[in-house]
Design a protein around this ligand. Structure first.
Ligand code: FES
Length: 177
């Protein structure tokens, strides 16, 4: 009986030893993989897509006046491990109001459709749910909860630049996302 108990104790000690060696060995085996795991997991806790952020050129000052002009904005984009040059990140309507340039995002504040301009009615329109906006961007009609989203514009000599941004849709308040 005593021999059986001793044999049992010896066996469970060996089992514990094997588990301990396995755990330590497994842990040591993962050390060389740590950089690879970090590399693969990088996008999980970092902002991996970035583009623009600064002011992007959109044209010469003399190209803009009382009639809205649609411009496309391009920037280099970093998406996880990929870097792309001159990617179109968005568009804007640029108009001169009271002598100053104003730029509106072409993304409708309601649900994100593309804003168009009707030259005969002199209004910005969203064809999706029929929102109408004045030349100064105010909502005149339709379900849009707020005016067109104005973007920051700068005149740098003869060059006009815009800081492109995206805003939360469907809310009264203009909130950059
Ligand atoms: S998305 Fe523009 S009115 Fe609905």
């Amino acid at each position: 009986m005593a021999d059986d108990e001793k044999a049992g104790e010896g066996s469970s000690r060996r089992t514990m030893l094997k588990i301990g060696v396995g755990v330590i060995g497994g842990g040591l085996g993962l050390i060389p993989l740590a950089p690879a795991i970090g590399y693969v997991a990088f996008p999980l806790d970092h902002k991996v897509t970035s583009s623009g952020g600064g002011f992007l050129p959109c044209g010469k000052r003399k190209g803009f006046g009382a009639e809205p002009v649609k411009v496309d904005l391009f920037a280099d984009q970093v998406d996880a491990w990929q870097r792309s040059k001159d990617v179109k990140i968005g568009s804007a309507w640029v108009i001169e109001l009271d002598g100053n340039l104003t730029a509106f995002s072409t993304v409708c504040p309601h649900l994100g459709c593309a804003i168009d301009f009707d030259p005969s009615a002199k209004k910005f329109i969203c064809p999706c749910h029929k929102s109408f906006f004045s030349l100064s961007g105010a909502v005149e009609e339709g379900p849009s909860p707020r005016a067109l989203d104005a973007l920051d514009v700068k005149e740098d000599g003869d060059l006009v630049t815009i800081r492109y941004a995206r805003f939360r849709q469907g809310t009264d308040a203009k909130e950059e996302v």
